[in-house]
Design a protein around this ligand. Structure first.
Ligand code: AHR
Length: 501
């Protein structure tokens, strides 16, 4: 098989946010995962777990979406500010019926983002919140002058406003976010977004419209028709900066998703086939978006994606806690390659979710922490952030799989960074066979190559007792000469090459 790369042809810019994450008040994502509180015996900085924050910094988390998810459309931000002992307690009805004590709120979220050094993406409440509530939240977070909300923020100990980079106007409003019709939501979006004011002209908030559940193109079309209908505020800059898309890889069905760590080879290839479907979903939605926005000014944000398996036995079903194997790593690798290839439109991706929920990069248990195979993929792909996608394609790849569950055996993407170093990410999804790949550059000779790999059995995963069973290692099974690199990939493996030309 050959991978052809035209190192002279840059196609689009890969925004760092494509490698973003999602954190919801769900199970042990926030509480116990990211935040333990200042009084905890677990090492923390202003309540944020030090071990987790340090590990996340290594993968260069570029943006963190919060507070949901389903939770966002039931979240009333005023419950989460002021002295902690006075904050309202509520039942988290969506997720496990546990008590939410609101000890992690707006101030804690911005503190966390500051510690991570990442951009902020706050998701507002359209489902059960008012325009006024949303507008006052934005004022509280971003207004620098004298105003009731700015004064309240100061009273609560934060003199200066924060930067809200992205603001989501509702979440999954076709379902959990209010069960709205597309036309109804489209009008709500027009209305609510009006009051997401840009108080700081230098840092306008990017407003995100709720897009479809995966390939529900009818939602996409109808929402956009309503949003852009006369008189269309769309003409004004900053009306709609982003359009969200959610897609989960559910291996079998929503009723019987399948085990996260004990699965057949058919189920492995089914997951891969379903992961590759992300390509169609992006293209399908992009085609419709392009009818309204041919210049691609509106970014597509795949702000929830990942594998959704059955919960780990013995855990609260509402906590969505699941293990994470090499299969999940392959899904992540393929998905991120697809995002790179669509980086002309896809400007953000948020893996669901960052810690202890669904396809996490980190799992915790009390004071223990383990990095999942998916974590290592994000680490190996971090070089793509803020790089330019290069023109590349495979020749001679084959389908692999069982029955209907087939997918091409290798997937790839290639970028070049500001220093001219080329990053190639390749995944051999074949569970049994090696794959030899010849990589050809068009004109330039290869001066140096450095390689990293993640390899294992499709069902391998890390545990608190065996945290390094699957881990990134140096990759050395390659040679290079002139314009060609020859690579030999193990079965079920992911390889990153850093190439100096
Ligand atoms: O990530 C879990 C849930 O999946 C989110 O809360 C919701 O937006 C989606 O349905």
């Amino acid at each position: 098989m050959k991978l052809h790369i035209n190192e002279n042809r840059k196609l689009s810019h890969i925004e760092p946010e494509v490698y973003g994450h999602f954190s919801e008040h769900l199970g042990r994502c926030i509480y116990g995962g990211l935040y333990v509180g200042e009084k905890s015996e677990i090492a923390n900085d202003k309540g944020m777990r030090k071990d987790v924050v340090d590990a996340l910094k290594e993968i260069k988390v570029p943006v963190l979406r919060w507070p949901g998810g389903n939770f966002a459309d039931e979240y009333h931000w005023m419950d989460g500010i002021g002295p902690k002992e006075k904050r309202k307690k509520m039942i988290n009805t969506h997720w496990g019926g546990v008590i939410e004590d609101n000890s992690f709120g707006t101030h804690e979220y911005f503190e966390l983002c500051e510690q991570l050094g990442c951009k902020t993406y706050v998701n507002g409440n359209v489902g059960s919140g008012t325009v006024r509530e949303m507008s006052e939240w934005v004022e509280y977070m971003t207004f620098n002058g004298v105003s009731p909300m700015a004064e309240l923020r100061k009273e609560n100990g934060h003199e200066k406003p924060w930067t809200v980079d992205y603001f989501g106007v509702g979440n999954e409003n076709w379902g959990c976010g209010g069960n709205m019709t597309a036309d109804y939501y489209g009008n709500k979006f027009r209305n609510y977004q009006t009051y997401v004011r840009n108080y700081d002209g230098n840092k306008p908030i990017k407003k995100v419209c709720c897009g479809p559940n995966a390939d529900d193109y009818r939602w996409t079309k109808e929402v956009l028709e309503t949003c852009f209908r006369h008189p269309a505020p769309a003409a004004a800059h900053g009306f709609m900066d982003g359009f969200s898309v959610h897609y989960y890889v559910v291996v079998n069905s929503w009723e019987d998703k399948g085990s996260a760590k004990d699965f057949s080879k058919e189920e492995y290839y089914r997951a891969m086939r379903k992961a590759y479907y992300m390509d169609d979903i992006i293209s399908g939605n992009d085609q419709i978006l392009s009818q309204f926005d041919p210049e691609k000014k509106i970014a597509m944000l795949v702000d929830e994606w990942g594998c959704w398996h059955d919960v780990e036995e013995g855990t609260n079903p509402g906590f969505l806690y699941q293990q994470n194997t090499m299969r999940d790593a392959q899904v992540a690798g393929a998905t991120l390659n697809i995002f790179n290839k669509h980086s002309d439109r896809v400007k953000m991706g948020c893996l669901a979710q960052i810690v202890n929920v669904l396809q996490s990069v980190i799992l915790t248990e009390d004071d223990k922490m383990v990095l999942t195979p998916t974590y290592h993929i994000f680490h190996m792909y971090r070089f793509h952030q803020d790089s330019d996608l290069l023109d590349s394609f495979l020749e001679g790849e084959e389908n692999v799989g069982i029955g209907e569950d087939v997918a091409t055996n290798v997937n790839e993407s290639v970028s070049v960074d500001k220093d001219g170093v080329v990053t190639i990410t390749l995944n051999n999804i074949d569970a049994d066979k090696n794959n030899e790949i010849e990589i050809d550059f068009r004109e330039k000779e290869v001066k140096d190559v450095e390689g990293f790999e993640l390899a294992g059995n499709m069902m391998d995963y890390n545990t608190f007792d065996d945290p390094t069973k699957v881990q990134e290692a140096k990759f050395e099974d390659f040679s290079f000469d002139g314009k060609v690199i020859k690579v030999n990939m193990k079965p079920c493996s992911c390889v990153t090459l850093r190439v100096t030309l």
